[in-house]
Design a protein around this ligand. Structure first.
Ligand code: DC
Length: 237
């Protein structure tokens, strides 16, 4: 008889451009788990509100919009797609204007209650690597592993600048830095589920580390506690 292995919940929080998405994607691929980008859900909702030219400062309107929207996720290999009401918005949600709007509407409790529920349903059976701002504290407080990724502001601004450039979005590095700083402030100072580094999270400063180094560090931590779990479940690459 073969025993079913426990499918873990791995939670990663951290500020913008700290490397969460890159590491969460790679970890999920290694483990054959679902990758859950919680920020993409806030972004998709913000994109819809912007499209409809809605009042972003109205908690009532934004909370209603969240309740009335449907979200779908599709993952194949390294590609990850998010749809809202059947429309693929995976690329559209990366624009700086959407980042700003997502940060704003994510401060509303009504919005968070609806979106957190969706995220918890996705992770209910385990086998998920989730990343965001409140994944360790609110979405999956019982997660098997919690990591907090960080990096210096200059490094994060540089990474985000390169990422935007790759997507054909030209903004100066200085402007990217200002945007990140403003968003950091609002994401960590809001009343509901602010970004905090919780005590039990393993802290990783990725400023001077390569992606491979961060990935190996996280895998080692999981391996250390889960024994032979990884050698039996990881896929190659
Ligand atoms: O991770 P990101 O930059 O794609 O997230 C976009 C915004 O969504 C971020 O500024 C704050 C919000 N967010 C949140 O409030 N809670 C999460 N778990 C993830 C993102």
């Amino acid at each position: 008889m073969t025993m079913a292995r426990k499918r873990l919940v791995i939670a990663i929080d951290g500020p913008s451009a700290s490397g969460k998405s890159t590491i969460a994607k790679l970890l999920s691929k290694k483990l054959g788990y679902t990758y859950l980008d919680t920020g993409a859900i806030y972004r998709a909702l913000a994109w819809k509100a912007l499209q409809r030219k809605m009042e972003l400062n109205s908690e009532k309107e934004m909370s209603r919009l969240a309740r009335q929207s449907s979200f779908k996720f599709h993952q194949q290999g390294g590609d990850y797609m998010i749809m809202i009401d059947g429309e693929d918005v995976s690329d559209k949600i990366r624009h700086p204007q959407v980042s700003e709007a997502a940060s704003k509407i994510s401060s509303f409790l009504g919005v968070r209650q609806t979106l957190v529920k969706i995220q918890q349903e996705i992770g209910a059976k385990g086998g998920v690597v989730a990343e965001g701002r409140d994944v360790c504290t609110k979405v999956f407080p019982e997660a098997d592993f919690k990591f907090y990724l960080d990096a210096s502001l200059a490094e994060r601004a540089h990474r985000r600048y390169l990422e935007l450039k790759e997507h054909g979005i030209i903004v100066s590095e200085e402007k990217v830095k200002e945007d990140i700083q403003r968003r950091d402030r609002s994401d960590s100072q809001r009343t509901h589920s602010p970004l905090i580094r919780c005590e039990e999270s393993i802290y990783i400063d990725t400023t001077d580390l390569t992606i491979e180094e961060v990935l190996n560090f996280t895998l080692e931590k999981i391996k250390f506690r889960e024994g032979d779990f990884l050698s039996l479940t990881t896929t190659k690459n």
